[in-house]
Design a protein around this ligand. Structure first.
Ligand SMILES: Cc1ncc(COP(=O)(O)O)c(C=O)c1O
Length: 437
């Protein structure tokens, strides 16, 4: 068991040890990974570090002690609301990330339902919606019904309608969805919600700081934001295409009255009066300051330039993948997120072959697919990625064995009909990853 060192280590040695560990990590700056990190250039990174460290010790839990954080958060929320079609009535908060924003929208919907006398409110969400909705349902004891998606991977709104019952409080759509990067028919979902007197949440964790700029660049972006009648809340992640430091997202509600349902207060504690706007207690000041700083620094033209880069790189990659025999892009992705599959090759083996060449593509299931999240860092590697992809496909098609990787595990998991067994396997996996917490 690792124990706390008896004596301290000089800071320069600690930093050297940290840097050595860091060198083992995914090389996202070189555009070799396709998820988790959104790199907007060295200048932005250095600003984020400076802004974060300036406020690294401050705690956004107390707006009284740190009025600067309150002001920055208010400005971030306001800039986000104006970007996402909101008016002066819209109210929101910053949160620690997409899951947190979704948790807050779900918690607000639960309280809204309880005020109407519903003991166990229910949510209807697309099957393709992010698992954060399932996690929130699990934490907040909500029922969650999954609506199927159509052949275009967008949610089937008629099926959603059939899933409504007297306990339903909230309908969900994604703009875009994580798995295939397609935008659900938000006007249809919002109109269904409104006609039944229900809430409607749009998960724009990926699209919130991307789609508005894609639209300004003249791309065809379906309606999805607060300008759509019936949309009552939106989650939008600053730490994705907002290019902020990790730990920053925004949740917006159509009105302050709706937002109130997300708050938590407890006035009976002998430690004092407690009021917390979002899930976390302590709210890292660095994440708020860095988000504010990057929005000021990039401004609309900075976001437009990065969005253009992502759109152009994505178009190049999609064209290359579509032109590769045996590969097919799934649905019509709207931004920089997409997946591709194959009816002639084992795509998990293709993923392993690409891994062996230093590319890290995420694996998907139902059907097996490989997933890409494009950032400005991928502009430099699009050609070489496609050349490697074509070569790997050609070799697999000739029957060359794939290098050893995760294909066997994915194949095995896909063949297990009992999902509980797979969930147990995932719990074992987590236990193994963090043996002592
Ligand atoms: C569409 C969508 N919603 C929600 C989330 C959850 O965000 P986070 O990982 O920041 O909690 C993600 C993450 O990729 C996402 O793609």
């Amino acid at each position: 068991m690792k124990t706390l060192p008896k004596t301290g280590t000089p800071s320069k040695d600690v930093l050297a040890a940290l840097k050595a560990r860091h060198r083992e990590d995914a090389n996202w700056k070189a555009g070799r990974t396709f998820s988790l990190v959104y790199f907007a250039g060295d200048e932005v990174s250095s600003l984020l570090k400076d802004a974060y460290t300036e406020f690294m010790s401050e705690n956004g839990l107390s707006p009284v002690a740190f009025p600067s954080l309150r002001q920055m958060e208010t400005e971030v929320v306001s800039m986000t609301a104006s970007l996402l079609g909101g008016d002066d009535e819209v109210a929101g908060t910053m949160t620690s990330g997409g899951t947190d924003s979704i948790m807050m929208a779900m918690k607000a919907a639960r309280e809204w339902g309880r005020k109407k006398g519903l003991a166990r409110p229910r949510v209807v969400a697309p099957w393709s919606a992010h698992p954060a909705f399932d996690k929130a349902a699990h934490y907040f004891d909500l029922d969650l019904a999954h609506a199927p998606v159509g052949s275009d991977f967008r949610v089937d709104v008629k099926a959603m309608e059939r899933l409504l019952d007297e306990n339903t409080v909230l309908l969900v759509g994604s703009a875009p969805s994580y798995p295939q990067g397609v935008v659900d028919d938000i006007p249809a979902i919002a109109s269904l919600a409104k006609s039944r007197g229900l809430l409607c949440h749009v998960d724009a964790c990926l699209g919130g700081f991307f789609l508005p700029f894609a639209k300004k660049l003249g791309r065809a972006v379906p309606a999805w934001d607060l300008s759509v009648d019936g949309v009552t809340s939106i989650s939008a992640d600053l730490h994705k295409y907002g290019y902020a430091a990790k730990g920053a997202s925004v949740v917006l509600h159509r009105s302050a009255a709706l937002r109130r349902n997300q708050f938590f207060t407890y006035s009976g504690w002998n430690g004092g009066l407690y009021a917390s706007p979002s899930f976390c207690g302590t709210r890292p000041g660095g994440a708020i300051a860095a988000a504010w700083a990057v929005m000021q620094h990039l401004g609309e033209d900075g976001y437009l330039a990065r969005t253009r880069s992502v759109l152009d790189t994505t178009a190049k990659l999609l064209a290359g993948i579509r032109a590769t025999p045996g590969l097919a892009v799934m649905g019509e992705p709207v931004g920089g997120v997409f997946a591709f599959t194959s009816d002639s090759l084992n795509v998990y083996e293709l993923g392993d072959a690409m891994d062996a060449r230093g590319w890290k593509l995420d694996r998907q299931q139902k059907p097996p697919a490989l997933h890409c999240m494009i950032t400005p860092a991928h502009e430099q590697v699009a050609e070489v990625f496609l050349a490697d992809l074509r070569d790997c496909v050609a070799r697999l098609a000739k029957g060359e064995p794939a290098p050893e990787g995760s294909a066997a595990m994915y194949g095995m998991v896909g063949a297990v009909p009992d999902r509980q067994q797979v969930d147990d396997f995932l719990l074992d996996f987590l236990d193994g990853l963090f043996p002592r917490g």
